[in-house]
Structure formats: structure tokens, C-alpha cells
Design a protein around this ligand. Sequence first.
Ligand code: NAD
Length: 456
Amino acid sequence: MVKSIVQTQNTFFASQRTRDSHFRKQYLKKLMQEVLKMEDAICDALYADFKKPKFEALATETQLLLAELKLAIKHISIWSRPNPVDFSWTNFPSKDWIQPEPYGKVLIISPWNYPFMLAMAPLVGAIAAGNTVVLKPSELSPNTSKIIAKIITAVFPPEYVAVVEGGVEVSQALLAEKWEYIFFTGSTRVGKIIYQSAAENLTPVTLELGGKNPCIVDETASINLAAKRIAWGKFINAGQTCLAPDYILVHQSVKGKLVEQLKKNIVKFYGEDVQSSTDFARMATEKHYEELKQSLEGEDLLFGGTCSDADLYISPTLVNEPQIQSGLMEGEIFGPILPIVSYSTQEDLDRYVLHYPESLALYVFSKNRKFQKEIMGRYRFGGGAINDTVIHISNKNLPFGGVGHSGMGGYHGKHSFDLFSHQKSVVKRANWLDVPMRYAPYNIPIRWVKRIRHLF
Ligand code: NAD
């Protein structure tokens, strides 16, 4: 099945139909209509997968995607045009331009934590740029995977866009084929497998991976607001957000106040009995639930720590000063558990932040501009925010992606179009003048050649 899809997509791409931006636009419009029609069904699927609250399903999955679609539909004709650039005097007379070109067949592999948006948002960029796509959603969110397949089948012929559902074996069968671009969102561990397999064919890749995102709160921060914004960013999607603050580094002088405010806000958001709140999601898989539950063993809990095996539920939990070598602090937490570590000096911060590879995000809460600037520049991370968490993802003008161990390549809005386009450089020479200087035998004075740089 995989082989035949690949063959039909090769033929379809070679037919040149996707070169026409009007053709792409019509399909993006159809996709938008179908998503709007299915919006409630998508929310139901997300609820069935891990009790994702409807507000979160709409705000963080369907509406974000619809915004991407709206933008691409509006600008696709302009984005697809050749961009004229200044000519070089060495080629005079000429017209020079950059022509954005589709790569060909794109493979998109997506994770389970925002299973709709993270599968569909890259698809918008890939289609806008004129590629064909095979999309493999995560097997760990099966209801969402089914609805994605239903939507795509209703909108696209499989030679243009196809969904292949399944787990690791299916992913491996897909990776065994030759692609012109691979876009992967998931763990750093699997990201390395994808990168290796892409290297076989020198296929360009985007890797959207995870990391241990620090959240630094200094003594000047507005603590009440910081606690509210941190609790929101951490516990949305029950902490299963690649951009969620992973752990807090708080100045020791304001730690007590921050902890009190975090507790207050958790109760304000979800009530005293979080398990019965309709606004709090569950762990998506039993394996992940068990790992998280185990990571709490032996830790000093400041709040929460309630687990329910039957429901894969873990309550919002605050952990006091875990050891950096502990199971909890070993890797990305990816759940509603928030370690709180106090610091006094810049060296303390370095010791923690630099202990881990590059994170996908970093947050700093402070009123001290010098400190904000220092923290934003001092560490390597994909993107971040000053005095908030997670929200940088909502600005389409900001490329979303990691660096180093948290990935490579950034997308969203126009950045998605550029990511999925090869920037082809073209020079069109005129024939009425042909300066003989470059041809052998080279008999122009060397002192002239030594000044040739002024013509480039
Ligand atoms: P994962 O890496 O386990 O799986 C992602 C996809 O890869 C799935 O479709 C899966 O079927 C496939 N896969 C799994 N093992 C494979 C293998 N051996 N060979 C080929 N394909 C394989 O990730 P996950 O558990 O679904 O998602 C959680 C991770 O994703 C977290 O680390 C999180 O930080 C990261 N993430 C990153 C972003 C981002 O945008 N940077 C967004 C969401 C999640």
C-alpha cells in the first residue's frame, strides 16, 4: 500500500498540477470547509482520546489550524510569486529572481499530544507550497487519527494527499521510501531515527522535538501574575505540551509566595476536586501515566500527587526541590507535575539550565530589564517568552521550532510556506552584451582582477 501511494504521488507531482497556486488554493479552501463542518466531531475525538476539554480542543487545535488555513488562502498567490532581487554587475545585463518551488513528496509524522493540530498545521504549509503529502498521525490518539483520515479522504485524492494510519512499523515502512522532505514532530529519541533514515537519501528534514523547558522567576517578578500564567501553561492539556514550563527556578526570597499563589490558582482553575473538573485532561497512554506516577515516588510534594489508575489521572502536582539526578529531573516531564527549585545566584541558574541540552522553550518572569535580556541571550533554546508561558506559539509571524536537541527548522504562517519551498535562484541574461573579460586566454591586468569584488 505504501509503495503504491508513493508511486501515484510521484506521477501526480510530475503532472505539474500542484505548480498552479490557484489549484492549491482551491484545495485549501475545501480543507477549511471540511474542518469547519467537522469541528465538533474533532473535539469529540480529542475527548475520546484523553478527555481533552472542549475549550482546549477548539482554542489549541482547530482554531489554530483554521487561522493557518485562512492566512495561507489569503496570501498563497503572493507567496508563490518569484521574488525579484538586485542583479550582480558581473552578470550585467540580467534579471535575477528567487522562485519558490515545491520539493515533491512530503512525509509528515506527528505525535499524540496535540494530535490534530500538529498533524494538520504542517500539512497546510506543505500544500500551500505545492507539494504532495503522506501524513501519518499518531497511533496513540486513535480517534483523532481516524477523523484526520476521514477529513483528508473527503478533501483530497490519495495521489495528492494520503493518510496512512498505524504505529512504529508503519512509520518505518514509510521511512524506507524516498521522500523529498520529511517533517517530524515527536520525541528527541525518535527524531534521531528519522534524521538517520533521511540521511540515506539526503532528504531535508524539519524536526520539531521536545526538551526540558526552564521557567525562571526572579525576586522582582509580579508573583501573582507569574503564578497564574505558569499554572495555565503547565496544566493546559494536563502538562502534555511540548512548550509547557518543565520546571521552575525561583529566587529563594520569593519561593514561598510563588508556591502559595500556584496552589491558589490551581484551585481557582479546576476547583478542590480536580478529577471531577471538565477542564482538565488525562494522560494519553497507560505507559506514560505509569512512568509519571513512578517519578513521584520519594519526592517531597507541596501540592497534589493524586493518581487514579482507572482514569489515567494525575492531579496538578508541585514538587519541592527534587534532586537534579532524580528520575523526575532526568528528562522532559510531559505531564502535570511541576518541580520547584530555588536559586540564589546566576551560577545556580547556569548549573541547572546548562545541565540539560537545548530546550524547546524558556520563560523568564522579571521586571528587571537587564535580567530579562541576560536570560534571553545567555541560553540556547527554540523560542520563549518574558513574563508569560507558551503564548509565543500563537503569533503567526514567529517561526515555531527548536534548536540543537529540541529540533531544527521553524514553521507557522509564511514561515511554513518558506520551509516547504526550495528557494530556486534564477539569472536571466540578455544577449545584446557579452563582456569578454571572463573568457580565456586571461589577458586582463591582474590589478584589475584584484578589484573584481566590487562588481559582485
Ligand atoms: P514519539 O517520538 O514517540 O512519536 C511521534 C511519532 O513517531 C508517532 O507518529 C510514532 O508513531 C512515530 N514513531 C515512534 N517510534 C518510531 C520509530 N522507532 N521509528 C519511526 N517512527 C516512530 O513522540 P510522542 O510520544 O508521540 O510525542 C511526545 C514528544 O513529542 C515529546 O517529547 C514532545 O516534547 C514532543 N513534541 C514536540 C512538539 C514540537 O512542536 N516541537 C510538539 C509536540 C510534541
